[in-house]
Unconditional design. Structure first.
Length: 632
């Protein structure tokens, strides 16, 4: 690959233009193959009909659970008894939100009200036998989000983005004119956590002059004094959680090599490392007695539910086996926990367990349709292979019961993420068709230590793309896979990996590629995406004005001549994470170079396809595309 400097980047920058919903192609389209039918008992309408229950919170009195339910094209708030039962709908017009970027509905201290974001504003809804429609309380600003109740049940801390930084405001349940708490233009304030007595608020601070740094700060509500409790250049500390007596803050820090639990006093003294798990911990929740902390432990993609002893730091696993646990909540008496759980054979649902009954839980919701209950869904195998430079790459391998000779390499999005033991019904559908499915956790993926996670800093589209190419080599060696029948498919950063691999592989390992809301020009995408994603890119690559060659080298659009195999490109027109212009640019370059492609955009869709009709159309196109280019 030839390096490109400032001039090449400047030439590649397009002007902003309106993109209409369209379908374009260059080359013969992927029409339906009449000789290939869905697997027995399977249908794309079935897999797009699975609703997602998520982001739950247990009421302070332990009697009710609030959660988000993705169904009917919306992401509304529901409430049901903590012992199980029929859910009641609280909101009625909350637009669909991607599950990975949504928030959690928050209970007031008396368990009578919920606060949540709807249409870009904070709303409050009464939850009782005589409930009310959600009431907007953030009219004082153009938009607000992430509400957090104060212990008195009258006041709330809300977040707002103003003058290009995130601020914290204090208002009340009637939405009276707010008090500004944190409004420093030199950084962002996140994750407000009031102390048990309501005198202090802990929060996460991100300074703009060091994007590799996250500090913990507190604000004294009486004096207004802001104190840095934990702060170190180039080091992240986050997720502050108060002990029930208010004497300690537990938090996560990426030291020494994983995300471990640390303790500090509110005045910054007593800093010490509690856990030494050698794995990433997350989802901290203090027990009411203050002697234990519920958390999740990331063991190579399995997120186990565990109790962390607040004195010794020892871990005791209590959850269900082999899956993904999230968001543990304690009952007020400490007798039970609620949590979310999914695995490759079970969609996300809410469960309840008693800490003493390890490995046992009561399922409170049921998202799995009866039509899927009898299916022999595949549990992926953990595998590993060597990349071109010797880096060991972990991956999940779905082995089909009846292989058809074809394989799909599926890099995840992010890149600061990972493929885990989660519910992936699209993978199951293609495995049922006979496809082998390999999901690599390329360098830069989380969950495998600090060194591995940072291995693609300053190097997007280089080593990580070679890791995906090595995944194709690994698949080639499988006895049931034919070397000429391997495709690559990914969304977001996974779509970017598709573009990189098709453009930077002299051996042309892939017979086809699919990019779902992916990227090809890092510089122009940086300029057109939302503020958070610009900063996200700068964490990895620096500012493009200072590191233009890094952005250019990472942009496969300059190597479009090397693309020799057909590509399917799908994008939503409301995407502000990877702007739709990213795909438009790449398609235009493919067209000029005479390459074979299919290109479909979707009006009204943000990053991630949220409407069932869009999902169904996209999956149908993906199926046709793979069937034509990988099946004999």
């Amino acid at each position: 690959m030839q390096p490109h400097g400032r001039l090449a980047i400047k030439i590649a920058m397009p002007s902003k233009k309106s993109i209409q919903e369209k379908y374009e192609r260059q080359g013969w389209p992927s029409i339906q193959r009449p000789d290939l039918l869905p697997p027995d008992g399977w249908d794309l309408h079935l897999i797009t009909g699975v609703n997602r229950i998520r982001n739950h919170s247990l009421s302070p009195d332990g009697s009710k659970i609030a959660f988000i339910w993705d169904r009917e094209g919306q992401s509304d708030v529901y409430v049901q008894p903590a012992s199980g039962g029929w859910p009641q709908r609280i909101s009625f017009n909350r637009k669909a939100v991607a599950y990975w970027s949504d928030e959690i509905p928050r209970w007031s201290a008396d368990s009578q009200n919920l606060a949540f974001t709807l249409d870009g504003h904070v709303h409050i809804a009464a939850v009782s036998e005589i409930a009310s429609l959600p009431k907007k309380i953030s009219d004082f600003t153009s938009a607000a989000f992430s509400p957090v109740w104060m212990p008195d049940g009258r006041q709330l801390v809300v977040s707002t983005e103003r003058r290009d930084h995130v601020q914290l405001l204090l208002t009340d349940r009637d939405g009276r004119w707010p008090r500004q708490l944190v409004a420093d233009p030199s950084g962002d304030a996140w994750d407000a956590q009031p102390s048990p007595d309501g005198s202090l608020i802990a929060f996460v601070w991100r300074p703009f002059d060091d994007l590799l740094r996250l500090d913990l700060r507190t604000i004294d509500l009486q004096s207004g004094e802001i104190r840095t409790v934990v702060g170190k250049p180039g080091t992240r500390a986050w997720s502050p959680r108060w002990s029930p007596d208010g004497k300690w803050l537990a938090f996560l820090s990426e030291q020494p090599d994983f995300n471990e639990v640390w303790f500090v006093k509110p005045d910054g003294s007593g800093l010490r490392q509690l856990s030494r798990a050698g794995h990433d911990l997350a989802d901290l929740a203090w027990s009411p007695g203050g002697d234990r902390i519920a958390c999740t432990v990331n063991r190579a993609g399995a997120f186990d539910l565990a109790l962390l002893d607040a004195a010794s730091g020892s871990l005791l696993e209590i959850g269900l086996p082999g899956g993904y646990h999230a968001r543990p909540n304690w009952s007020p008496d400490g007798r039970f926990l609620t949590f979310e759980y999914e695995n490759p054979q079970q969609p996300p649902d809410i469960y309840r367990c008693e800490p003493e009954n390890r490995g046992k839980a009561l399922q409170l919701t049921n998202s799995k349709p009866p039509a899927l209950a009898g299916k022999d869904l595949v549990v992926p195998e953990r595998v590993a292979y060597s990349s071109s430079d010797g880096f060991e790459i972990p991956a999940f391998l779905y082995r089909p019961p009846r292989p058809n000779g074809a394989a799909v390499i599926h890099p995840h999005g992010g890149p600061s993420s990972q493929y885990v033991l989660e519910w992936d019904i699209l993978a199951q559908y293609f495995v049922a068709k006979g496809y082998t499915w390999l999901a690599p956790n390329y360098r830069g993926s989380t969950g495998y230590g600090f060194e591995f996670e940072h291995a693609n800093y300053g190097d997007w589209g280089g080593g990580d793309a070679r890791d995906c190419l090595a995944g194709a080599d690994f698949a080639r060696e499988l006895d049931w896979v034919q070397a000429e029948k391997i495709a690559i498919y990914g969304g977001s950063y996974g779509g970017y990996m598709t573009a990189c691999c098709l453009s930077r592989d002299p051996d042309y390992r892939f017979a086809a590629g699919i990019s779902k809301y992916g990227d090809a020009n890092l510089y122009s995408s940086w300029a057109q995406c939302n503020r958070d994603l610009r900063l996200y890119s700068e964490i990895f690559l620096g500012h493009p004005s200072k590191n233009p060659s890094v952005y250019a080298t990472g942009s496969p659009i300059y190597e479009v001549e090397n693309v020799q195999k057909p590509v399917l490109i799908l994008h939503g027109l409301l995407d502000d994470v990877v702007p739709p212009e990213a795909s438009e640019e790449w398609v235009e370059a493919l067209h000029r170079a005479g390459k074979t492609y299919e290109y479909k955009t979707y009006a009204g869709e943000p990053h991630g396809f949220l409407q069932r009709s869009t999902q169904l159309d996209a999956y149908q196109r993906i199926e046709r595309f793979l069937d034509w280019h990988l099946r004999a």
